[in-house]
Structure formats: structure tokens, C-alpha cells
Design a protein around this ligand. Structure first.
Ligand SMILES: C[S@@+](CC[C@H](N)C(=O)[O-])C[C@H]1O[C@@H](n2cnc3c(N)ncnc32)[C@H](O)[C@@H]1O
Length: 374
């Protein structure tokens, strides 16, 4: 029931309007970022809207309509005019708030923002359809024929492609260093290990692994489109001699065990991978992986756990990314909560050997041992 005499009613009313107009605020911020207007203001506190418009190559009208939105949105603040700008002018200057500064200077905020803008925004108009049908209905904003986003990552339009990889890489990169330190405590650095990097994508983790373990080899198991592109990636040149690929689509009945080069490895690795699948699919993938393992093999799973975060900002980012999975990626997955993921491991016949929470911003590393008979 609506009660106007509640404490802080006006603040509550403002926060509800912030939500009601969220897409408009978001697009104003996107325009200010993409045009460089926000950076101009961040670098010149107290600048007038007109002068900022000139420096960012916008009309005075465009800058005014955008900055008028960003002030009540908490991204800009009005100030006295900067020195040198007062001559004969009345009015106010502009400066960025701490939130505005994060948008301009903070890598994580920018990776998240541009992902929302370029990958998610248009497709989110189909959220209700995606929720009702369990299909990524928002993909039709890119191409009505796409069934999931993964085989089409290389075909995304330029800004969306760099935003997708920027987002994925920023979040996984933060945790890779800490995860490699843990692996280095498990395996001597000089051992001739074999790694199977499941969902290895562009080879970023495999490369870091091979540089840390100079005697190791790595096999990337991913969709054909990713595996086929590996030989053309110049950034992998340094480790190419020790890196190979194996194409697999886990949503077909294929077994990893059909691929001898992926069998009996020392270490299997899944980073930000199981969250691309429903619980049933994840159990099936893990069970098939277990069958390719020996009793001495280990599986390392790196995942952000939605209900085990230290910070509200991380929980919010993960919950939002789950909605991306629903509307744009596959229609049926989300970041798992801790109980779900541990249940999935057990159902697939794995025992948890160790858990390492709080790696990077929001990840947990699980080291798993195959438990069931071979
Ligand atoms: C979110 S990315 C994770 C990339 C990387 N492991 C990381 O940590 O950043 C998920 C990866 O799973 C792969 N993938 C998605 N669906 C797949 C499927 N059905 N079969 C095989 N690989 C799949 C994608 O191609 C992509 O490389």
C-alpha cells in the first residue's frame, strides 16, 4: 500500500523515478562517454556546458540536454564557473561527481558499462519474451537467426564485439593471477603437465598457464569457431608450439572422450564456463569431463558465486549478468549460487578437494577430484 507519510518519502520517490527513467539516464551517460564530453568535464572542473560542448565536438544544445540529465542523475554537479570563464557570463560550471569519475576512469565500471550499452541494451527490449520462452529472444537485435550468442561472437558488430571481450577478459583476468599461484602450489613448475582448457575461448588463460609452466602443454576445447581462429591469433605466437585445439559442442551428444588429445590430462580447467549452461547441462558436461579424466587428474573450476560476494556492487553486477544470459546468451543459464554449484559437482561425481574464495573481484576457485568408479 502507498503511504505518503512514510519516513524519507521524497528520497524514495526520487529513487523510484531514477528507475522509471533509467534507460534515458543510461543513454545520456553513454552519449557523454562516447562523445568525450564526460572526460572533458572530468579534466576541467568548473567548465561551462558551452565550452565543454565545443571541446567534445557537440552542439551547445546537445551538451545542455545531456548535462541537465546527468546532474540529477548524480554523475555531474553544478559549480561556480571555472576561472577565465566568468568574463561577462552568468550561470554555472560543471564537474564530475565520484560516480562520474568512475565512469571516466575506472576500468571495471567502463567494462560493465560498455557491455550493457553495446551488447545488451537493444536486446533487453525482449526480456519478457526471453523469460517466458527460455530462449535468448534479445539476440534478434543482432540477427533473428542466432540460437545462442557463442558461435557468433566473432560476427558481433565492432563495438559489441570489443565490449563483449573487454567485459569477459576484464573479469577473468582479475582472478587468473591468483588462480595460477594456487595451481603453482599444486604442481611443480617444471612438471610436463597437460592442461585441457574447456571453454578456453581466445586462449588467454592457456597462454598465461603455459608461461607460468614452461614444460607444460595445453589443449583448448571450445566451439569450432573459436578453435579454428586460434592459429590466426598473433598474441599466442609465444606459446603456439605447446598449444593445440579440439572442437567440441557440448550441447550435442559428443563425448570429450571421443577426442584422445583431451583424455587423461593432469588438469582440466573451466573458467566462467559452467555459467553458460543450465544445471542439467552443467551436470552432463561435468560427467562427460570426468569420464575423460584419470584418478590423478584434477578439475579446476573458476566461477563467481552470486550469493557469496563480499560487496553489494559485485552481487548487483552478477545478478545483472545473469539477465544477459537469459535474454542474450542462451536463455537458460545464470550465475550459480553456492549451494547449486556444490550440488552440481556432487551430482557429476566430483569431490571438492579445496575451495579458494575472493580471487580477483568476485571469483571462487574449486579444485575437484573425480570420485566415482572409472
Ligand atoms: C564466457 S566464455 C569464458 C571464456 C574464458 N574461459 C574466460 O575465463 O574468460 C564461455 C566459453 O564457452 C564456450 N562455449 C559456450 N557454449 C559452448 C558449447 N555449447 N560447447 C563448447 N563451448 C561452448 C564459448 O565459446 C566461450 O569460449
Amino acid at each position: 500500500m502507498l503511504r505518503r507519510n512514510r519516513p524519507n518519502y521524497l528520497e524514495t520517490l526520487e529513487s523510484a523515478q531514477r528507475l522509471a527513467f533509467a534507460p534515458l539516464i543510461f543513454q545520456a551517460a553513454a552519449a557523454a562517454l562516447r562523445s568525450g564530453l564526460l572526460k572533458v568535464i572530468a579534466e576541467n572542473p568548473g567548465i561551462s556546458s558551452d565550452e565543454a560542448a565545443g571541446k567534445a565536438g557537440m552542439t551547445a544544445y546537445a551538451a545542455e540536454v545531456v548535462t541537465d540529465m546527468l546532474v540529477p542523475a548524480g554523475i555531474l554537479e553544478r559549480t561556480a564557473l571555472a576561472q577565465g570563464e566568468e568574463n561577462g557570463k552568468s550561470g554555472h560550471g560543471l564537474k564530475t561527481t565520484p560516480t562520474g569519475d568512475l565512469l571516466v576512469y575506472d576500468e571495471m565500471t567502463r567494462a560493465n558499462f560498455f557491455f550493457s550499452e553495446s551488447v545488451c541494451y537493444a536486446g533487453l527490449a525482449f526480456t519478457r519474451e526471453a523469460l517466458a520462452e527460455g530462449k535468448p529472444a534479445g539476440l534478434k537485435a543482432f540477427n533473428p537467426g542466432w540460437k545462442t550468442i557463442y558461435p557468433h561472437l566473432p560476427e558481433l558488430p565492432g563495438e559489441a564485439r570489443s565490449a563483449w571481450f573487454g567485459f569477459d577478459h576484464w573479469h577473468s583476468d582479475q582472478a587468473y593471477g591468483a588462480a595460477l599461484d594456487i595451481l603453482a602450489r599444486m604442481f611443480p613448475q617444471t612438471s610436463p603437465l597437460t592442461l585441457v582448457d574447456i571453454g578456453g575461448n581466445t586462449g588467454r588463460f592457456s597462454k598465461a598457464f603455459l608461461l607460468r609452466f614452461p614444460e607444460a602443454k595445453a589443449v583448448i576445447a571450445d566451439l569450432p569457431v573459436e578453435v579454428d581462429a586460434l592459429p590466426r591469433r598473433p598474441e599466442l605466437a609465444e606459446v603456439r608450439a605447446r598449444l593445440s585445439g579440439v572442437a567440441i559442442d557440448w550441447l550435442t551428444p559428443d563425448e570429450l572422450t571421443d577426442r584422445p588429445q583431451a583424455e587423461g590430462a593432469d588438469l582440466y580447467w573451466m573458467s566462467q564456463f559452467l555459467d553458460c549452461f543450465s544445471e542439467t547441462e552443467a551436470v552432463s558436461i561435468l560427467t562427460r569431463t570426468r569420464r575423460a579424466m584419470t584418478q590423478n587428474s584434477r578439475l579446476a573450476v573458476l566461477e563467481p558465486i552470486v550469493d557469496e560476494q563480499r560487496h553489494r556492487a559485485a552481487e548487483l553486477s552478477l545478478a545483472a549478468t545473469s539477465l544477459y544470459f537469459t535474454v542474450l546468451a542462451n536463455g537458460n543459464s545464470k550465475f550459480f549460487n553456492g549451494a547449486e554449484l556444490r550440488r552440481i559437482f556432487a551430482a557429476a561425481g566430483f569431490a571438492i578437494e579445496s575451495e579458494h574464495p575472493d580471487l580477483g573481484v568476485s571469483h571462487t576457485l574449486f579444485i575437484l577430484r573425480p570420485e566415482n568408479a572409472f
